[in-house]
Write a protein that binds this ligand. Structure first.
Ligand SMILES: [Zn+2]
Length: 57
C-alpha cells in the first residue's frame, strides 16, 4: 500500500510538472487535500493507478 501511495504521488508530481528534487510540504499538502479527494487517475486509462480513489498515505 505504501509503495502504491508513493507511486501515486510521483505520478501526480509528473502530471503537475514538479521535479522530485523540488518537492516540499506545500506539494504534499496539495496532493493530499487538492488531489486525493478528487482523484481521477483511474479514469485516465493508467491501470496501475486504479486504486487511486481509495488510496491513503
Ligand atoms: Zn490520483
Amino acid at each position: 500500500m505504501y509503495l502504491g501511495a508513493l507511486d501515486h504521488f510521483l505520478h501526480w508530481l509528473e502530471q503537475q510538472g514538479i521535479a522530485t528534487h523540488s518537492v516540499n510540504a506545500e506539494h504534499v499538502g496539495a496532493f493530499l487535500v487538492g488531489h486525493l479527494p478528487h482523484c481521477c487517475c483511474s479514469a485516465t486509462g493508467i491501470q496501475r493507478w486504479r486504486t487511486c480513489p481509495g488510496v491513503s498515505i
